[in-house]
Design a protein around this ligand. Structure first.
Ligand SMILES: Nc1ncnc2c1ncn2[C@@H]1O[C@H](COP(=O)(O)OP(=O)(O)OP(=O)(O)O)[C@@H](O)[C@H]1O
Length: 591
């Protein structure tokens, strides 16, 4: 799909079809047993409640005229009992269904999260994170009730309707037809608004997704916003997005409200008709006062399930808009994945070979073309060159974050597209400019890549990269809580923790993408010590704009013009007086 932005609606690639709902049944079926129990309880409770008008009819027509006080008391108590039993059953059912609803949310969310974890970088490149988040959190919440209670209530209301119709016809056939006469009118209204209503709810889901994406982006970029004093403009954008959401919501809800409004009016008209027809035809044999009262009560009851069904239909329509998004995410292909017979990559020595590699993020726009080179185990390679030349792309390809457009990358002679991603990536250590700190303790963060590491191993890794001293200065030492934005930690400290994390995982191949760029010269000297420790005996690719940091690498590759323009040691490249020499002297002059 094309790259998306916070204020661009995500268009669905396929229109809704019932298969989405059938697919949702997979989750529902897992909860078959509690749902059947809940259904039986609901049916019992509804049937018991339905006997009330019959009791009423009997009391009005027989018990009251015969003035049997004891019988009247008996019937009243029975009526009370029906209400109590029906409430108890309904409460138990509602408990069961709350659990079922939460279980369904849990299952869908777990599947979504597991799938999102596997999706390639390309998926995340193409859309704002907020739009992904809203699917896992809000949309799943929104569909849970429809998939649990909704299904049961739907069946139940239909059964209810049949029951009521049967009771109604048993009491009076003519008046029953009067009640049924409102039905075609109602169905006509439903048909008329159906498509518009679905579109309206789709628009709501789009606008809430946009709002969420902007919120997320704004929170992440709050620092930049405040530096550039963009608060007012951003508030303007937010107001526009929130306004769009409000507008769509109002529109969608107005469709929803149309339905109870129609039901209410139809129900009133039908009840009035019953009284009218009843009065006109009132004779002691077939239309007693009791019959008319019972029938008007059935008329109200008959329209209640219809109202409930139409409300369910509304929720169903909303849920469809969300289900479409959820399944779209679940169907997103894992384009970078293990081939069917992928081999495990055994412990590697660290030889890396690019064999005529060509790569494009977007079809037809090659970023790298026909690159070949061979890196020996333990060799350190610096990738330098102008911004946007493709240095990060080269290292991303080694970890197979993207698949190649052409050629092969081999590790110890094995094509990386033929081996499992897990065995490949577990032998790589990657450190980026912005080292990510997960919420938890410093200890957890260092242990992230090797969960079974002992505390001693963690401390040894921290010591090796000169991180131990500053960690111990915190009151809680290694148990200090840090969060995802790494607050409490300076940039350099975050970097050192990330070095320790990588060292502990002990990868054979190391990638450092601008890992030391945001660090001042003094901290860099400290880091350099840690870094030297980290690099020992490992194949490493280091991207750095500051050439002083890569001067000592075994080989320097100058990436430019979709390929490696120059390659050699610092001294060789300086002697060649080419692109690297130019860049180096320019930086020296600046310093
Ligand atoms: N996810 C992406 N989708 C599409 N194009 C991309 C993507 N990432 C990078 N590019 C493009 O690929 C080219 C190479 O980008 P890359 O990040 O590899 O450059 P770089 O040499 O590492 O740059 P810098 O030194 O600025 O970090 C750039 O033109 C960039 O616009």
């Amino acid at each position: 799909m094309a790259r998306n932005k916070f204020d661009v609606d995500e268009n669905l690639e396929s229109p809704f079809d019932i298969r989405h709902f059938r697919r949702a049944m997979i989750y529902i079926k897992r909860k078959k047993k509690p749902m059947i129990i809940a259904f039986i309880l609901s049916a019992l409770s509804a049937a018991i409640a339905l006997s009330a008008p019959l009791i009423m009819q009997h009391v009005v027509d027989v018990t009251i005229p015969s003035k049997e006080k004891l019988a009247l008391l008996g019937w009243s108590l029975l009526m009370l009992l029906t209400i109590v039993v029906s409430v108890i059953l309904a409460t138990i059912r509602s408990r069961i269904m709350t659990r079922v609803g939460q279980d369904i949310i849990f299952d869908i969310r777990t599947d979504l999260f597991a799938h999102l974890q596997q999706l390639p970088f390309k998926y995340y490149d193409d859309r704002p994170q907020g739009k992904i988040l809203i699917r896992v959190v809000n949309y799943v919440n929104s569909v849970s009730d429809v998939l649990s209670n909704g299904i049961i209530n739907f069946i139940l209301e239909i059964v209810n309707l049949i029951f009521i119709a049967a009771f109604m016809f048993a009491v009076d056939v003519r008046l029953s037809f009067v009640i049924l006469a409102g039905l075609p009118v109602f169905l006509g209204i439903m048909l008329l608004i159906k498509t518009r209503q679905r579109r309206a709810w789709q628009a709501v889901s789009n606008k809430s997704s946009n709002l969420n994406a902007y919120m997320q982006e704004s929170i992440t970029g709050i620092g930049v916003t405040q530096i550039f004093s963009r608060e007012q403009q951003n508030a303007g954008i937010f107001t526009r997005l929130a306004g769009n959401f409000r507008k769509e919501w109002m529109r969608a809800v107005s469709y929803n409200m149309l339905i109870p409004f129609s039901v209410d009016n139809l129900s009133t008209i039908v009840t009035a008709l019953i009284f009218l027809v009843g009065l006109l035809t009132l004779d002691p044999v077939d239309a007693t006062l009791g019959v008319i009262l019972a029938m008007s009560s059935y008329a109200a009851r008959f329209w209640q399930p219809i109202l409930n069904l139409s409300n369910l239909y509304n929720s169903f329509i909303n849920a469809v808009a969300y289900l479409e998004r959820i399944f779209e995410t679940l169907d997103e292909p894992v384009t970078v994945s293990d081939i069917p017979d992928a081999r495990e990559l055994p412990s590697v020595q660290g030889r890396v070979t690019f064999d005529h590699v060509t790569f494009a993020y977007d079809p037809g726009l090659n970023i790298l073309e026909n690159i070949s080179f061979d890196v020996q185990p333990g060799e350190s390679i610096a990738l330098v060159g102008p911004t946007g030349a493709g240095k990060t792309t080269v290292v991303n390809l080694i970890s197979r974050f993207y698949d190649l457009t052409g050629g092969r990358i081999l590790i110890d002679g094995q094509d990386i597209s033929q081996i499992t991603l897990k065995s490949l990536r577990s032998q790589m250590g990657i450190m980026l400019q912005d080292s990510f700190i997960f919420s938890g303790t410093i200890l957890d963060n260092i242990r992230y890549g090797k969960l079974d590491a002992t505390e001693e191993e963690v401390i040894a890794a921290a010591k090796a990269v000169c991180a131990d001293d500053f960690i111990r200065e915190f009151d809680q030492g290694y148990l200090t809580e840090v969060n995802e934005r790494g607050s409490k930690l300076s940039q350099g400290q975050r970097q050192l923790i990330s070095f320790a994390r990588t060292l502990l995982a002990d990868p054979r191949i190391l990638i450092l993408d601008e890992a030391t760029s945001s660090i001042d010269a003094k901290t860099e000297r400290l880091l350099q010590k840690g870094l030297n420790e980290l690099l020992k005996g490992r194949t490493s690719f280091i991207i750095a704009h500051r050439l002083s940091t890569v001067k000592n690498c075994d080989r320097i590759m100058y990436v430019s013009n979709k390929g490696i323009a120059e390659s050699g040691s610092h001294d060789e490249l300086i002697a060649r007086r080419g692109l690297y020499h130019k860049l180096y002297t320019a930086q020296k002059m600046e310093a």
